[in-house]
Write a protein that binds this ligand. Sequence first.
Ligand SMILES: Nc1ncnc2c1ncn2[C@@H]1O[C@H](COP(=O)(O)OP(=O)(O)OP(=O)(O)O)[C@@H](O)[C@H]1O
Length: 185
Amino acid sequence: MLDGLDATFPAGDVTALTGPNGSGKSTLLDALAGVVTPVGGGVSGLLSGGVAYVTQAVPPSALPLTVRSTVVMGRWRARPWWRPLGRADHAVVDAQLDRMGIADLADRPLDELSGGQRQRTLVALGLAQRAPVLLVDEPTAGVDAGSAALVTAALAAEAAAGVVVVHAAHDPVAIAASDRVVALA
Ligand SMILES: Nc1ncnc2c1ncn2[C@@H]1O[C@H](COP(=O)(O)OP(=O)(O)OP(=O)(O)O)[C@@H](O)[C@H]1O
């Protein structure tokens, strides 16, 4: 898997990972996030300072999480466990809910959302981390065109602020909106 791949992911660019089902896009994101260790080769220069990783995995519906409490989790890493979230953290959360167009859903349980609404919640969770590296697996999958435009605009804005943004994509609109494409066979 990913044999011979040599790619760089510059800060300031949105990079789209493209390729057919099973070509290894999610596996490459896992490797960049440090979730899996490459058997050969490696990842360098990317992991210092934290990585926000939005996977395709859907949280268990049994968890009594609202949209807001899900996005709030994005702030946990930024502070010691014993210190409650502050006003600035809640402002970051509110801003990401607005960006993803889900502020009106803030008090809804996660398991009562549509697939596209849940997807936008997970992207907001990733954005709330304010990490220097943002990895997102198919962020516009199952999302309506208007909401997908919010997602692609948010990725572009993160990159413009100097973040390394890498997303796996099948969506031609999201791919076209990217600065660079890394195509996997
Ligand atoms: N947990 C796993 N255990 C074993 N093999 C796996 C596992 N997850 C993925 N694979 C295999 O690794 C290969 C790459 O899968 P990956 O999910 O990275 O592809 P992808 O390009 O993201 O596909 P898609 O477009 O369907 O999301 C596939 O052949 C898949 O069957």
